[in-house]
Design a protein around this ligand. Structure first.
Ligand SMILES: Nc1ncnc2c1ncn2[C@@H]1O[C@H](COP(=O)(O)OS(=O)(=O)O)[C@@H](OP(=O)(O)O)[C@H]1O
Length: 342
């Protein structure tokens, strides 16, 4: 199952050349060559930096780790899926944003649906790896049968200027899902993530305001990402609003089944993922899955989801709320949805 997790490591760079060699060989030698290729891929993966995290065995596993900002383009196909039924297709639906909105939770919830097959990790194709080409991108995708939907999530697409044009060039029919969250909480969550990797980072306040006291610093990505209306403007140059579904990050926590229900409707899927798939884990403070995909055991998302946030003063929060208010209002107007952030 695609759900086993990691980006597929794989078969030496997605290589159409390798496939061509197999085709040119007498049929009796092809299995041998395939074995050599697979073994070779394993050896390559043993070298640092060559492959994404190894594909996981089926069963309960933590959610795939999020890439750091120095993420490399993923390696290639999922080894366990090098052979199997169905074929690799371009995604018909993408979760394009937003960073820290709840994108991992949504993808993991959707993967419970038998008609959804999704890449475990973020391929970053339309922002960082575009030069690898569409054939490479497709080679990363899990195999799907007719009627199944291929998906991936990369939250940075939403704020990448070229992403809408590139996705439109892949397919103008692509369905686009954006999980949005109060931009102030989102910024603090983003900062908490950076802080967890960068001890000694200046305070949130020092980064959010120029010179720590001046105007809001929109050059700081944690602030800029929350200007949803501006980013959406760029997408609407390529896709009509009907191609988008905006998911409330807050409701994804308070009513996961309700939000996932909307997503299933949007994707034209039967509502298979329902209330009975979730329970609220008091220790984690979030909804978790009654049964993880491919397992009978409950599963919550990993430690990097639901991190404690650093304390930020009410005065700072209020200033940021005031700053975002007109952008939020514009976003509500554009989407026809009030997300209740003020
Ligand atoms: N069920 C469940 N379990 C855990 N966490 C949940 C869940 N639903 C939503 N969230 C919220 O998801 C936030 C992380 O968002 P993303 O997955 O989009 O982050 S990332 O951009 O991929 O790094 C994460 O943000 P933080 O709480 O700030 O860590 C969570 O609030």
């Amino acid at each position: 199952m695609a759900g086993s997790g990691g980006l597929g490591g794989g078969a030496v760079g997605g290589q159409s050349a390798g496939a061509g060699q197999v085709a040119a060989l007498p049929a009796s030698r092809a299995p041998l060559l395939l074995m050599v290729l697979v073994l070779g891929a394993y050896c390559l993966c043993a070298l640092p930096g060559h492959c994404p995290p190894a594909a996981r065995a089926p069963g309960p596993a933590p959610a795939p780790a999020e890439p750091s900002s120095s993420v490399r383009c993923p390696g290639a196909k999922d080894l366990p899926e090098a052979i199997g039924p169905g074929r690799r297709r371009f995604p018909q639906a993408l979760i394009v944003g937003v960073k820290k909105g709840g994108t991992r939770a949504l993808l993991e919830f959707l993967r419970l649906h038998p008609d959804v097959r999704a890449l475990g990790s973020e391929p970053h194709f339309f922002d960082r790896c575009y030069e690898r080409g569409l054939a490479w991108y497709r080679s990363l995708m899990p195999r799907t049968l007719d009627g199944q939907i291929t998906m991936e999530k990369t939250p940075s697409y939403f704020v990448t200027r070229e992403a809408p044009r590139r996705i439109h060039a892949m397919s103008p029919d692509t369905k686009l899902i954006v999980v949005v969250r109060n931009p102030v909480t989102r910024a603090i969550s983003d900062y908490a993530q950076t802080l967890s990797k960068t001890p000694g980072l200046p305070s949130f306040r020092a980064l959010a305001f120029r010179h720590g006291l001046g105007p809001v610093d929109t050059a700081w990505s944690a602030v800029r990402i929350g200007l949803y209306a501006q980013h959406l403007d760029n997408w609407l140059r390529y896709f009509p609003l009907s191609h988008f579904l905006f998911v409330s990050g807050e409701r994804l926590v308070s009513d996961p089944a309700g939000e996932v229900g909307r997503v299933q409707d949007f994707l034209g899927l039967k509502r298979v993922v329902t209330d009975k798939h979730f329970y609220f884990n008091v220790t984690k403070g979030f909804p978790c899955l009654q049964k993880a995909q491919g397992s009978r055991r409950p599963r919550c998302l990993g430690k990097s989801k639901g991190r404690p946030h650093p304390r930020v003063s009410q005065a700072v929060v209020r200033r940021l709320q005031d700053f975002y208010r007109p952008f939020n209002r514009k976003f509500y107007q554009m989407t026809g949805q009030d997300f209740g952030w003020g």
